[in-house]
Design a protein around this ligand. Structure first.
Ligand SMILES: C[S@@+](CC[C@H](N)C(=O)[O-])C[C@H]1O[C@@H](n2cnc3c(N)ncnc32)[C@H](O)[C@@H]1O
Length: 210
């Protein structure tokens, strides 16, 4: 691995009867750099394993994806992508943070799985739009900043066709309801609660018209 981050800790996540082993930086704070902070970009949110990703991964692990072309947005450390690959998906994991992609690909290999990694910003999504339609698009804890909302609500309908499915897990971020309101303009939305504490809901989006 070419990473300059060498203070790593292992996180073991039980999933579908096996232990998934992930490496993550010991502390995201150490990854803050002044320039990133000024631009409010590349803050190291990718370096933590957020509760919604554990829930999304558990939901993925319960599926049989039979080679479904699966795209993860904002993959962070890659747990949900790894779970989708375990479930038989052909997975492309994306994030705008290059380190997130590096860790995700490495974490997948660590568990004997192949996940393709691609650096991609929702503001410049051509690389993933060109490869649409995806069978399945997944993401966890993506609704934490207002600027993400128009980017995601514009992007998601461009990634799937009427056979495709989008699954977004959210831990009750304040922007969740605004996202759902926007999403309902293009998608039929079905939401289920995955966990109580922390409260995580999974939103299943399918384009209108089927
Ligand atoms: C709160 S973290 C969640 C990470 C992971 N999904 C999880 O639940 O553990 C949000 C993720 O979205 C990524 N992200 C934020 N804005 C993005 C953008 N404009 N384009 C692509 N990825 C972005 C961050 O780098 C980070 O990995």
């Amino acid at each position: 691995m070419s990473s300059r981050i060498d203070d790593l800790v292992e996180e073991v996540v039980p999933l579908a009867g096996r232990d998934v082993s992930l490496l993550r930086p010991h502390s995201g704070d150490e990854l803050l750099d002044e320039e990133a902070f000024v631009h409010e970009e590349f803050l190291p949110y990718w370096a933590e394993l957020w509760p919604a990703s554990r829930q999304l991964a558990a939901a993925m692990a319960g599926r049989s994806l039979h080679g479904a072309r699966t795209l993860e947005l904002g993959c962070g450390l890659g747990l949900a992508s790894i779970a989708a690959a375990m479930a038989g998906g052909h997975v492309t994991a994306t994030d705008w943070a290059p380190y997130a992609i590096e860790f995700t690909v490495r974490n997948a290999r660590r568990n004997g799985l192949e996940v393709e990694g691609l650096v991609c910003d929702w503001a410049h999504p051509e690389p993933i739009v060109e490869r649409a339609p995806w069978d399945l698009v997944i993401g966890s804890d993506l609704l934490y900043e207002r600027r993400n909302l128009p980017l995601l609500t514009d992007l998601l309908p461009r990634l799937v066709d009427q056979r495709g499915e989008v699954l977004i897990a959210d831990p009750g971020r304040p922007l969740e309801s605004a996202f759902l309101e926007d999403a309902a303009k293009r998608f039929v939305v079905h939401s289920v609660q995955l966990s109580e504490k922390p409260r995580v809901r999974l939103h299943r989006l399918r384009l209108h018209g089927q």
